[in-house]
Design a protein around this ligand. Structure first.
Ligand SMILES: [Fe+2]
Length: 235
């Protein structure tokens, strides 16, 4: 489905009882155990039935977006650029064994929640503040049965948002850390910073200086996080 499918689309489907939680982990790409993936049993079995690493992001998007609408066009254009960037960056850290198939899927879905926000400039006529698009995306993908992808949605704003920051700034978000944790979440978040959803600049990749200047409006900690990612992921 994607140009960079370097790992087999397979799940061993042999349940491995973990010792640290009640979840059941499955071998992932030849590894055993949950790794960064902690899923409750019911959801996990549903995942396997659906073919966890063979989901079609476009089919999911189709269920929430009016076909050929501005919102869908902008979402697909932006998400495709983020997917390409995230995969291009991921192959620079293959030693860390990034899950490229998951990155391809989750990058296409990371902004699915924008459809429920009030952002008419990008064709979205929902009622929620735009800032909520990550948690709204998580709700959508949780309901679809993709909790691992759902976490990418709510953990990709800027360089992520801490619970402390959400409380301090009185942001209209849940009181929990919304920070990218896994390598895949960080790669998608890093890549997302390079692209706007403005219809005037969908295809334009921001320079590093532009990314840092933009993040600087939200504090030095954001800049420091991005610089650390860039030192690891950047060319
Ligand atoms: Fe995005």
């Amino acid at each position: 489905m994607y140009p960079l499918l370097l790992t087999p689309l397979s799940c061993s489907a042999q349940p491995v009882k973990t010792t640290t939680c009640d979840c059941v982990g499955f071998g992932v790409n030849g590894r055993s155990g949950c790794e960064s993936l902690w899923l409750h049993k019911e959801t996990h079995f549903e995942y396997v039935q659906r073919g966890r690493y063979m989901i079609d992001p476009l089919q999911i998007i189709d269920r929430y977006y009016v076909s050929d609408s501005d919102a869908e066009r902008i979402l697909l254009a932006h998400s495709t650029r983020v997917r390409e960037k995230a995969l291009a960056v991921a192959v620079r850290v293959l030693d860390a064994d990034p899950d490229l198939d998951f990155i391809a899927e989750a990058a296409m879905l990371h902004d699915i929640g924008i459809v429920r926000t009030d952002a008419p400039q990008i064709g979205c006529t929902g009622s929620a503040p735009y800032l909520c698009h990550g948690v709204l995306g998580r709700e959508i993908l949780d309901a679809e049965g993709y909790p691992r992808h759902a976490l990418v949605c709510e953990r990709h704003t800027g360089t992520g948002l801490s619970a402390e920051e959400i409380r301090r700034e009185k942001l209209p978000l849940p009181d929990r850390d919304l920070l990218p944790v896994s390598l895949e979440e960080q790669l998608i978040c890093y890549a997302d910073n390079f692209f706007s959803k403005s219809s005037l600049s969908l295809d334009r990749e921001r320079t590093i200086d532009e990314v840092l200047r933009r993040l600087g409006r939200f504090g030095a900690a954001k800049v420091a996080t991005f610089k650390a990612w860039h030192a690891r992921f950047g060319a």
